[in-house]
Design a binder for this molecule. Structure first.
Ligand SMILES: [Zn+2]
Length: 58
């Protein structure tokens, strides 16, 4: 049994959003590169751990 997924799941229509967004942390002003697919998962700042506000981005 050889299951090979040759990128069949990659046909997600991501034509509207860029793959990554730059979100500036409100706490420490560090710019965080967040995958647009993870915006709904409450991404945190990579430096201070503050939740990044993404409401304004969408
Ligand atoms: Zn921060």
């Amino acid at each position: 049994m050889s299951k090979r997924q040759s990128g069949s799941q990659e046909s997600f229509s991501a034509s509207q959003l860029p793959e990554y967004l730059i979100i500036t942390c409100l706490d420490c002003s560090v710019k965080n590169k967040v995958a647009s697919k993870k915006l709904s998962l409450n991404p945190r700042c990579g430096k201070c751990g503050t939740l990044l506000r993404t409401e304004d981005m969408l």
